[in-house]
Design a protein around this ligand. Sequence first.
Ligand code: AMP
Ligand code: MG
Length: 403
Amino acid sequence: MLRYDEAREIVTQQASLRPHALTTCKLGVGEVLGYVLAEEIRADREYPPFDRSTRDGFAVRASEAAAGAKLPCVGEIKAGDSVTLPLAAGSCVQIMTGAAVPPGADAVVMIEFTSRDGDAVEFQRATLPGQNVVPRGSEAHAGDAVLRPGLRLGYAELAIAAQVGATQLLCACKPRVAILSTGDEVVPFSETPGPFHIRNSNSISLAAQVRIAGGEPVLLGNAMDRSDELGAKIEQGLREDVLVLSGGVSMGKYDLVESVLQAMGAEFFFDAVAIRPGRPTVFARCRDTFVFGLPGNPVSTMVTFHLFVVPALDLLSGAPARPLPLLEATLAEPMKEKPGLTHFLPARVEWRGESAGVRPLSWQGSGYIAALSGANCFLVFPADRQDIAAGEKVSVLPRMDVL
Ligand code: AMP
Ligand code: MG
């Protein structure tokens, strides 16, 4: 059986052979959080546009401001002031952080290292040329690339775009992800289930995971465990870039996802991964749509989405597949698991100072909902271990939405 990292590798290989050319759209800078940039953004002018002071203090000629030297202060410059007049030899000018250093001056002395008596400023330390001044154009020259295609746009990238005046950005359209749950027992979450039915919570969590991963969810509801109905709904899902199914991939008589996909001509890349939960995960391509058949147990659905669907959505958006951001944490209590499969267990990581400690939340016994509230990560219990003692280091996979 495939290890989870091998399965991820297969997903990234397949998804990099994108079946469609990337489609793009122009969007306002205020709307592009989480999109992937599809063009290069360049600096519209020199950055900084003038020699900028990084401190509150006095602009000087460094050679005139040795330790013990005194200079008359001839004025002040605030951030935003137009500065054209050169600094007269043998003088200094008071300057604020972010203000333009006047021509002739080559250093700024922090106010903390000066003393003032009327107009005379005395310097207490040696002054070096260039100190506390960011020269014009040293951050970027006009025309330099400041954002490159393939970059996912976070708040810092939005700030850079805004700074260089890129108010409209060409972005990759978000991949559209059809979400289809399966199961005769599943009813819409807005309905009251019968005594032997359950509400469809997977569709809502999957839609949220799709959004967080940068996709556009398309909700197809639920298909009963019947080949004809499943086939018709899958057919609808094949209009989108990706189809994610929940349930119906195990060995039961009514687990029909694989046989229906097979009959529709799907090419299967894997249908089992050595993980728990999530072992019967299916990854296939049917026509031009990537299909993920995730097991229906809600924790399995969440874990397998994170492990396998997220990298596919990255690549289909024109971004590189993001690596799994595994953190190291100290296990708070001893654990035992059956070896052979890598376990991903709902857990809570907490920090004391800089060191992270992690505690698994029991979910097999107490039902998944109680355990998942409060889980901010999945503890990775390696396949080749059976016991892990309290105090040992383990890896944890942070949840993308709360950590
Ligand atoms: P399956 O993978 O189809 O065997 O489903 C396994 C279990 O997951 C089912 O017995 C349900 O308890 C649960 N389940 C399946 N589909 C959903 C869903 N859409 N929402 C919540 N739980 C589900
Ligand atoms: Mg089922």
